[in-house]
Design a binder for this molecule. Structure first.
Ligand code: G3P
Ligand code: CA
Length: 275
């Protein structure tokens, strides 16, 4: 097997912390994102959903049942109801022995606004941290998710990054329509089209309108490595999710992908010889 470190002289692979350092701390909490920053991640990944009263919060599932002590769909709950829940105590202490349950803001529901503040604070301190935001089930909301998202990014001055520097923010989605909406309003924001399968339409390496970067799942990379070459040949950067095993990191390095999205940023950075 090739040593992943041999490849670090080429453009470095970006390491993106999936839902924060989510192996070590409860996903999508401030605790998980702070840990990812401490671990040295280049970027953070988060999923966003709209609450019943129109706030964007960082929650993966449609319901809060798995990751909090509450029940119900995010879309039916107001932010004040979500703020009363604990998003930390579900985390398995046996699987994550370093996790020290921390009540309060560290394990409260995380708004996208608060996460953007964290990114802004980190960047102001001189570290070029980036944020990859995934719109979840945006079709149901007929454009509202993207509208709120772009409004928020505008407030932070992040909606129109200059073309000659890496954008602090990128937008990802399994929905081509969502990316198209984003691109129509904010054409310079990088957009990542997430894929679970290589459908016949995608086979030639071209992406749907509105998508600039390809985001295949690790399963695609393992079963169709030639497809990654095709995406590169079509001129796309490739960001792969969710890459947690050393042999998968190795394969991504060999294929020259642009970014690895992982629950274990520290382990991946160490394998890449960056720690
Ligand atoms: O980064 C993309 C990846 O997060 C997509 O899958 O289900 O973890 O949001 P999921
Ligand atoms: Ca995601």
């Amino acid at each position: 097997m090739t040593d992943a470190r041999q490849h670090t002289n080429r453009t470095p692979i970006q390491v993106i912390a999936h839902r924060g350092a989510s192996d070590d701390a409860p996903e999508h909490t401030l605790a998980a994102y702070r840990k990812a920053i401490e671990d040295g991640a280049d970027a953070l990944e988060c999923d966003v959903r709209l609450t019943a009263d129109g706030h964007l919060v960082c929650v993966h599932d449609r319901r809060v049942n798995r990751t909090s002590n509450g029940r119900g769909a995010v879309s039916t709950l107001e932010l004040s109801a979500l703020a009363a829940l604990d998003f930390g105590s579900w985390k398995d202490r046996e699987e994550s022995p370093d996790w020290d349950p921390a009540p309060g803001e560290l394990t409260s529901v995380l708004t996208l606004e608060r996460l953007l503040e964290l990114v802004a604070e980190t960047r102001a301190a001189g570290r070029p941290l980036q944020l990859a935001i995934e719109t979840k089930h945006p079709t149901r909301w007929a454009g509202q998710v993207e509208e709120r998202l772009l409004h928020l990014l505008k407030r932070f001055g992040l909606h129109d990054p200059p073309a000659d520097a890496p954008s602090p923010v990128s937008i990802m989605s399994f929905s081509a329509r969502s990316l198209h909406r984003v691109q129509a309003s904010a054409p310079t924001l990088p957009t990542v089209y997430l894929m679970q399968f290589v459908t016949p339409r995608l086979r030639d390496g071209r992406l749907p309108a509105g998508a600039r970067i390809a985001g295949p799942g690790m399963r695609i990379v393992r079963s169709h490595p030639g497809y990654i070459d095709r995406l590169h040949a079509a001129g796309h950067r490739v960001h792969v999710w969710t890459v947690n095993e050393p042999e998968d990191v190795e394969l991504c390095v060999r294929l020259g992908v642009g970014a690895i999205i992982t629950n274990r940023p520290k382990q991946v950075l160490s394998q890449l010889g960056r720690l």
